[in-house]
Each structure stands twice: as structure tokens, then as C-alpha cells.
Design a protein around this ligand. Structure first.
Ligand SMILES: O=P(O)(O)O[C@H]1O[C@H](CO)[C@@H](O)[C@H]1O
Ligand SMILES: O=c1cc[nH]c(=O)[nH]1
Length: 290
């Protein structure tokens, strides 16, 4: 069935509605970042840049590094934007935009998020990197997509652990894990489960003038949870959307974060720009390994 104009929305030049991108303009290896400025910091390192497109907070550069074609795109903040970026990037490859039908031959993409995050554990140092082996979806996007299936064993265990402590999350406990691109899967980066929040303040347990509904008892219980050698390591705002949608659409994905805040010790990096530059170095090094 043809996808109606109201569902698959195209601009008059045939480009996708929000991203303003056309088929052929995006590489099969895609780096996502929150901040549009980080797009420029990454494409500065390319040997050549073939495309620069800006639409709202979505800045896209495609280029080449050591013979590998790479796209870097800014998603802005939050999984609501991940919904837009992942559907539209997937459509560029897997929907025939002229005929408005899903293609028979689907392309599998590699997504690499290079982002920033707050550590949830006191022992994870500021300015270190964290690879998300899975994401705890505290944001609310994925229930609109996930087709059911077996819940992740870690989610069942976390739910029971919270219940035993007589605390509960304000959202269902949902954990998603992707297929990681191989070089990231075999890397020696520190790993853990990343909590994806629907906001920066109360949804991450921050209280300025308004009190967060995540109680100290709940946060402390979540901090002490361990399952099969893993634990909740950090908090950010995109990874669960990236992992859930990439998996449902048949793509590989990895989220690597620079830990700029430590929420357990109340500290923040004194060198965030330098740390993000180091994260970009590491991310590109692993991308070039394949
Ligand atoms: O630095 P980025 O990639 O934007 O990532 C983190 O920083 C933003 C909040 O400051 C959120 O997007 C969060 O996920
Ligand atoms: O604490 C932090 C730091 C960066 N990004 C977040 O979402 N949270």
C-alpha cells in the first residue's frame, strides 16, 4: 500500500520533511550527536565533506575519512527528536520515496551516538567514557513502538528489586539492548546500563526550585542494583530511543558517552570541550576499525 502524503511527508523537492535530506545524501555509517556544534567539530576531521544541510536543530554533514563514507547528524535533545531522525533516516534507505512503498531489499545501517552524560555512580570518574550495553527507557517513547515480545531479564530483575525496596519508577521498567557494531562490541570501553530520561532536571533527579519526584530512596535503590555483573551507570536523554528504534528497524547501534557530571558526588567536569574532543577521537578510531 502506498504511504499517504500525511504519513510520509516530503518537501516540494522530494526531501524528507524535517531533515531536508534526499536519498543518496547519507552514508550507511551515521554518527548522531545532540549538539549541532558537535557536527562541525566532527566533520572538521573528515578528509573531505560532500554535503552540508541544516534544518531546525538537524544539521547533517556527509564526508569521508580514510576512505570511509560517514554522515554526522545532530538530533537535538531528547527521544522525541530521535523518533523523527530515525524514522526519516531509515526512510531515506528503506522506503521508495517516489512510489511511497517500503522496499523489498532493506539496508541495515550503523548508528554511533557520541554524546554527553551524567554518571550515576560515584566511582565512575568525570571525563571518562561509557559504552551503553543497554538502556533503561524512562522517557516514554518506546511503548508507542515496541511490538511486545519477551521483556529483558534485567528489567524483570530491576522491577523486583525496586518492589522489594518498596519503591517504584513512575514509568514501566523497560530495558532495550541493540546489536553493537563489531569494533565497539569488542572494545575495552567501560560498560553499563544507561538510564534515558525525558528531561534534564526532575526526570534525572535534579531539584532546583521544583522538587524531583524521584525520591532519594528510589535513586539510592537504583544505584545499588546489580545484575549479571552490570548496573545502572549513567543518565542521558537519547539512548533508549536510539537502541529501541534501531533494533526494531534492523539497524546496529551504539551509544558512547563522555561523563561530564557525577550525580553521586555532585561534581561537573572542568574541561567539557576537551573531553568531548577526546570522545570524538575515540569514536572515529573505532568506526574506522569497522
Ligand atoms: O551532549 P548530548 O549528545 O546532547 O547528550 C546529552 O546532553 C543533553 C543534555 O544536556 C542531552 O541531549 C543528553 O543526552
Ligand atoms: O547530567 C547530565 C549531563 C549531560 N547530559 C545529561 O542528560 N545529563
Amino acid at each position: 500500500m502506498n504511504l499517504p502524503e500525511s504519513e510520509l511527508i516530503l518537501r516540494s523537492n522530494g526531501a524528507l520533511y524535517h531533515l531536508n535530506l534526499l536519498p543518496g545524501q547519507v552514508a550507511e555509517t551515521i554518527i548522531t550527536v545532540g549538539d549541532p556544534e558537535r557536527v562541525r567539530a566532527i566533520s572538521r576531521r573528515f578528509d573531505k565533506v560532500e554535503l552540508k544541510v541544516e534544518a531546525r536543530e538537524f544539521v547533517t554533514h556527509t564526508g569521508e575519512l580514510d576512505g570511509k563514507r560517514i554522515t554526522v547528524i545532530s538530533t537535538g535533545i531528547g527521544t522525541d527528536n530521535i523518533d523523527i531522525v530515525f524514522n526519516e533516516l531509515d526512510a531515506l534507505f528503506n522506503i521508495d520515496l517516489e512510489r511511497r512503498i517500503i522496499k523489498d531489499q532493506l539496508v541495515s545501517l550503523d548508528f554511533i551516538r557520541l554524546g554527553t552524560s551524567g554518571s550515576f555512580q560515584a566511582d565512575l570518574p568525570l571525563d571518562s567514557f561509557l559504552l551503553s550495553e543497554a538502556a533503561l527507557a524512562n522517557d516514554g517513547l518506546l511503548p508507542f513502538y515496541l511490538s511486545g515480545g519477551e521483556p529483558d531479564e534485567a528489567a524483570i530483575n530491576l522491577f523486583e528489586y525496586l518492589e522489594d525496596g518498596r519503591v517504584q519508577l513512575p514509568v514501566p521498567v523497560l530495558i532495550v539492548r541493540p546489536e553493537l557494531p563489531p569494533a565497539f562490541a569488542s572494545s575495552n570501553l567501560t560498560r553499563g546500563i544507561t538510564m534515558t530520561a525525558s528531561g534534564f532536571y526532575a526526570p534525572q533527579g535534579r531539584s532546583l526550585r521544583l522538587q524531583s519526584g524521584l525520591s532519594p530512596e528510589l535513586l539510592s535503590r537504583m544505584r545499588s542494583w546489580e545484575y549479571n555483573g552490570t548496573r545502572i551507570t549513567n543518565i542521558e536523554m537519547e539512548t533508549s530511543g536510539i537502541y529501541g528504534l534501531a533494533t526494531e528497524l534492523g539497524h546496529r547501534a551504539v551509544s558512547v558517552s563522555a561523563l561530564l557530571a557525577n550525580r553521586a558526588s555532585g561534581t561537573f567536569s572542568s574541561q567539557p570541550t576537551k573531553t568531548v574532543e577526546r570522545l570524538i577521537d575515540k569514536g572515529l578510531e573505532l568506526i574506522l576499525q569497522g
